[in-house]
Design a protein. Structure first.
Length: 260
């Protein structure tokens, strides 16, 4: 299971390097950074743009800045939509509770509370890696608040699977990054829950991403009606910087916005 652990452990380092290479924004970017109280936990977020709302949910050990802003995805989408990217609890500029009970389901609940805070009734939601797991749970819990969803570098974390069990063993006990990672197991969902989803879902995954075999292929068998786009020459970490990923993400969002 070492490959599963490393898949989620290194994005922070590589994306931090990528982020440092991105030029600083000008004052006219329209980007607004803020935070709100989500059941006692400060959740930081950034917004930009106008139009239909799109919410971006980053991966484990990453942040809105590293996952979405550094690769240029945030700015690309903000040219056409009202984009909201949050820092998950335990990440970025959000609070980092040490209590394991603060993670898992509360990470999905933060999306709902953020939407309420910003008076967003329905939105397209996009998640990458851990963000994809959270988005899947959110779609199952609150389908009435979702126009469409995109899962990047992720598919189905199945309830009762060996991959769910693996998350419970990540890191050391009592450390904030560890309890956050271990809580991912609580976001696993059943086949019946996935089959019940009526919201349109797209999947984008790199051809070299181990998550394709572990999480995407089983999902494709269960939901063949959900389109899977394989990004060429892309691993789990490099996928989001590929022009093909950006183009396919924008294309999917545009299609669902037009069909709304």
């Amino acid at each position: 299971m070492k490959s599963n652990i490393s898949t989620f452990a290194v994005p922070c380092v590589l994306l931090a390097v990528l982020s440092a290479a991105i030029p600083a924004r000008g004052d006219d970017s329209g980007r607004h950074a803020d935070s709100f109280d989500s059941d006692g936990v400060k959740i930081a977020y950034v917004t930009a743009g106008k139009g239909d709302p799109v919410i971006l949910v980053h991966g484990l050990y990453s942040s809105a800045a590293m996952n979405w802003e550094a690769p240029g995805i945030f700015d690309m989408l903000a040219k056409h939509y009202y984009v909201v990217a949050l820092d998950l609890r335990g990440h970025g500029n959000s609070d980092k509770p040490a209590d394991a009970a603060a993670y898992g389901q509360p990470m999905a609940d933060d999306i709902l509370r953020l939407m309420d805070h910003l008076n967003i009734q329905k939105a397209q939601v996009v998640g990458y890696s851990l963000g994809g797991i959270i988005v899947m749970k959110f779609v199952i819990d609150h389908p009435d608040r979702v126009v469409a969803a995109t899962l990047g570098g992720m598919g189905w974390l199945r309830q009762g699977s060996v991959f769910q069990e693996t998350f419970t063993r990540l890191g050391g006990a009592g450390q904030t990054p560890a309890v956050c990672a271990q809580s991912v197991a609580k976001l696993a969902v059943t086949a019946e829950q996935v089959e019940s989803v009526k919201v349109p879902v797209n999947i984008l995954v790199g051809d070299r991403d181990p998550c394709k075999k572990m999480y995407v292929d089983p999902l494709e068998k269960l939901r063949p009606d959900w389109p899977v786009t394989v990004i060429t020459n892309a691993g789990h970490i490099t996928c989001i910087v590929k022009p093909q990923f950006k183009a396919e993400l924008l294309k999917g969002i545009e299609e669902h916005a037009a069909a709304k």
